[in-house]
Design a protein around this ligand. Structure first.
Ligand code: ATP
Ligand code: MG
Length: 421
């Protein structure tokens, strides 16, 4: 079974919007065993949309088009696709009731343009939109399926999960096994070295390294025609070699994983941030219910605030500089004392682009962790990109907490390759 994603919108071509819909759909379709064979983007022009529909429909069993279903003059997908299937528009009472109740909930008046959104193709099944006004459509012909969805990401994702995936999943015979392992704290070259010998599984499985500032995701895909035990064996092989670097097998965020551990072990956390500027606390507070274990976060960016807020010995900064293991340790111990938590965590580094020196290069980050078994600092080099360094520092700090809570070894000098995204 082959699928194509058709993204529609000038803003996607002109670089004003990143095509996250195609990424989401590609991942979701793969998860139910339908690898996407092509993703096409076209602008808001009827001819271009018709030509793209024609080719995609001729070559694939499934086509999912997103964007251009709204009420404004540049939204022409509905009319183009209706014409493509030689259909006509009819008024849908059901969709109109959905739209009315949507506006009632928002306490906003219904306009005439919204009435037009209740016009749907006669020969298609309506895909109801619980999060917005534009309904989607589902055309099915000779065992093939064509879907239209609105461009707004949260509307599109909801409709995909509630309508499209449940419909397609049972149609897939011998679905492939797909597993995504989230790793952090180890660059892809070192992962690859530790996974030497994985080639013996490559006849029927593939292994992809997907690096980003969170770490490297490993995607393991095994063909549907092989025994599922082959996939399990391959996963076992990987876990044996790099198990401690894997923080999730369910695509959970590291903040979520650490939060779960803190809660299970009844521990609590406070953070003193310098180079991460609050983004570490942000990762922690992305998780609902974090107030159970997260107590205090301080952005102590200036030297003075490090002294005043964290009760640090003034000589430390003078002697060692703000970016040093001594200061990282004092920050972690200071915030732990101040907050009365079981764990204190700190970041101090040179995010750049300036401020580096021969001894302390841009990208150097020290992360401190203070627990009842002692206080330590770990050194990292995250390269020259300021934003990536901030992101990686937050992730590395959380990983230290994960390793501490699980009793795993902590590495003391992690150099992340700057080329790995
Ligand atoms: P609406 O009813 O809001 O008009 P629509 O179906 O007409 O929905 P568009 O007008 O194409 O959708 O886009 C609505 C919003 O969704 C815009 O902010 C657009 O940038 C965003 N969007 C559209 N397509 C994508 C995409 N492929 N990936 C991410 N965002 C997208
Ligand atoms: Mg629109």
């Amino acid at each position: 079974m082959t699928a194509e994603i058709l993204s529609i919108g000038d803003e996607l071509l002109f670089g004003q919007t990143i095509n996250t819909n195609a990424a989401f759909l590609g991942e979701q379709l793969l998860s139910v065993g339908i690898p996407v064979s092509r993703a096409t983007t076209v602008g808001d022009a009827k001819e271009a949309i018709l030509r793209a529909c024609e080719r995609a429909w001729a070559e694939n069993d499934i086509v999912i088009a997103t964007g251009g279903l709204g009420p404004t003059h540049d939204d022409i997908t509905r009319d183009a696709v209706t014409a493509f299937f030689s259909s006509t528009l009819v008024f849908s009472e059901l969709v109109f009731a959905d739209i009315r109740s949507f506006f009632d909930r928002l306490r906003r008046p219904l306009l005439d343009v919204h009435r037009d959104q209740a016009m749907v193709p006669r020969d298609a099944h309506v895909i109801r939109n619980a999060k917005g006004t534009a309904p989607g459509s589902h055309f099915s012909r000779n065992g093939k399926h064509f879907f239209t969805l609105p461009g707004v990401p949260h509307e599109m994702t909801k409709m995909t999960k509630s309508y499209i995936l449940p419909l397609l999943q049972p149609l897939v015979r011998n679905p492939p096994c797909v597993t995504v392992l989230m790793t952090t704290g180890i660059p892809e070259s070192r992962l690859a070295a530790r996974l030497e010998g994985a080639e013996k599984y490559f006849d029927s499985s593939s292994l992809a390294y997907l690096p980003d500032p969170r770490g490297v995701r490993l995607r393991i895909l095994s063909g549907g025609d092989i025994a599922p035990s082959h996939h399990t064996e391959f996963l076992e092989f990987i876990r044996e070699r790099i198990g401690e670097c894997i923080y999730s097998e369910e695509s959970a965020a590291l903040g979520e994983v650490v939060g779960r551990l803190l809660r299970e072990k009844r521990e609590s956390l406070a953070v003193a941030e310098s180079c991460t500027g609050g983004s570490l606390a942000d990762l922690i507070t992305d998780v609902p219910g974090c107030s159970e274990y997260f107590n205090l976060g301080v952005v102590a960016y200036s030297n003075r605030s490090k002294l005043e807020l964290l009760g640090m010995d003034p000589d430390l900064i003078e002697q060692h500089g703000a970016v040093s293991p001594e200061v990282a340790r004092a920050m972690a111990a200071g915030i732990r004392r101040r907050a009365g938590t079981s764990i204190g965590l700190s970041t101090t580094g040179i995010a750049g682009p300036s401020g580096g020196s021969a001894l302390k290069q841009v990208g150097l980050v020290w992360i401190g962790i203070s627990t009842d078994s002692g206080t330590a600092a770990f050194r990292y080099h995250f390269g020259e990109d300021r934003i990536r360094t901030k992101k990686r520092s937050g992730q590395a700090a959380l990983d230290l907490v994960r390793r501490h809570l699980l009793g795993l070894p902590m590495e003391s000098d992690i150099v992340v390759e700057t080329s790995a995204s």
